[in-house]
Design a protein around this ligand. Structure first.
Ligand SMILES: NC(=O)c1ccc[n+]([C@@H]2O[C@H](COP(=O)([O-])OP(=O)(O)OC[C@H]3O[C@@H](n4cnc5c(N)ncnc54)[C@H](OP(=O)(O)O)[C@@H]3O)[C@@H](O)[C@H]2O)c1
Length: 331
């Protein structure tokens, strides 16, 4: 059967970059999106008819059947990524829909099923995180990602479905829709204050590097049945990240601090407003769980088995993201 890709979550942040890359490489691509999905990120591909579209919902088995039809490679980037969503909603999309998709895929000639998981669920109290670090999910989103991984790997073990799991660290870049737009906004207004120890280590990975990791995972036979942490070459302190963003925005870097409880209250109010407006909040209070602990990661496994080598360094990635932010937002 001729190679054909299914990309779920194709209009989202990471999914739209996967589609960009596949279309550039002239691959046959099908996407599954909802009738009311915001298609700004993939408008050009739709206009150029370079992708095939199935309108449906990940939670609907018939949509999944149509989406999978004729496809041989699956990039599952569709997920509920709103950390403030209910446990039920998160599990409906990130676990139950995934299971249905895996069941359907296991009855088809699928050469690779790449599941995009997350590094978030690793126990955050380890100085260096690698694939052997124990998992310790602390919220429903993380629980849903861990359960999704467990089910996906069970399809490899029991049905020999060619599953590969990728666990990216914090992904940034053009079209990012969580965390960073909020950070850039407060920085631009020169209202940024450090709510926590600004010397905590964080790992960021540029979105096109994640896409490259996905493509390597599809290429390499040795990737089947494996989990890979995907991250940037080195971790940076929160302060270094904020200063890199401030530099690209042309604003002075912050020097002041505010108590964590006050920062959380601001974010909570923003989160409530987003809920009322029925849109995904750009920042949620759980965000502070991620920036209050060191996250130093080891990508040796991805480097060795996949040949993964992140290309975009913090300065260049920040410049790209800030350029996109300034040109796509009205102030
Ligand atoms: N961004 C990061 O820093 C990061 C880090 C680690 C892992 N990840 C993982 O990477 C994947 C992609 O994340 P992202 O940042 O690209 O998220 P995103 O921008 O929120 O994209 C999620 C996509 O899933 C789609 N989706 C959600 N529910 C759906 C449903 N019921 N039916 C059909 N489509 C549905 C969304 O479509 P709508 O627009 O219609 O809602 C959207 O296209 C996720 O699995 C996430 O857990 C992300």
């Amino acid at each position: 059967m001729k190679e054909k890709y299914l990309v779920t979550g194709a209009n989202g942040f990471i999914g739209s970059h996967i589609v960009d890359s596949l279309v550039t490489k002239r691959k046959r691509v099908k996407i599954l999106i909802r009738k009311n999905s915001n298609i700004n990120n993939i408008e050009e591909h739709i206009r150029n008819k370079s992708i095939e579209i199935v309108y449906g919902d990940l939670r609907d088995k018939e949509s999944l059947k149509k989406a999978l039809d004729e496809c041989t490679i699956i990039c599952n980037s569709g997920a509920l990524t709103d950390l403030s969503a209910s446990h039920k909603d998160l599990f409906d999309v990130n676990v139950h829909s995934l299971k249905t998709m895996l069941e359907l895929a296991s009855k088809r000639p699928i050469s690779r099923f790449v599941q995009i998981s997350s590094i978030g669920a690793f126990d955050k109290h380890h100085s260096v995180i690698n694939e052997r670090t124990p998992l310790n999910p602390i919220n429903s989103y993380e629980l849903s990602k861990v359960e999704g991984e467990r089910i996906a790997l069970s399809f490899f073990k029991e049905k020999r479905l060619a599953v590969t799991i990728l666990e990216p660290s914090a992904v940034y870049g053009r079209r990012v829709n969580i965390g960073f737009p909020y950070m850039l906004e407060v920085l631009r207004k020169e209202m940024m204050r450090y709510p926590v120890n600004e010397n905590n280590l964080l790992n960021l990975v540029y979105v096109t590097d994640v896409v490259e990791a996905i493509e390597l995972a599809i290429e390499k036979e040795e990737a089947i049945g494996e989990r890979f942490i995907i991250g940037g070459e080195k971790s940076y302190t929160y302060k270094e990240i904020v200063e890199a963003a401030a530099y690209e925005l042309g604003v002075p870097p912050p020097t002041k601090h505010i108590p964590l409880s006050i920062a959380k209250s601001f974010v909570f109010v923003n989160q409530c407003i987003s809920k009322i407006r029925k849109r995904k909040p750009e920042l949620v209070t759980n965000y502070f769980d991620y920036i209050t602990t060191d996250m130093n990661i080891d990508i040796t496994k991805a480097r060795t088995i996949l040949g993964f080598k992140p290309k975009v360094e913090l300065k260049e990635g920040m410049r790209e993201m800030v350029d996109w932010y300034l040109s796509s937002h009205t102030f």
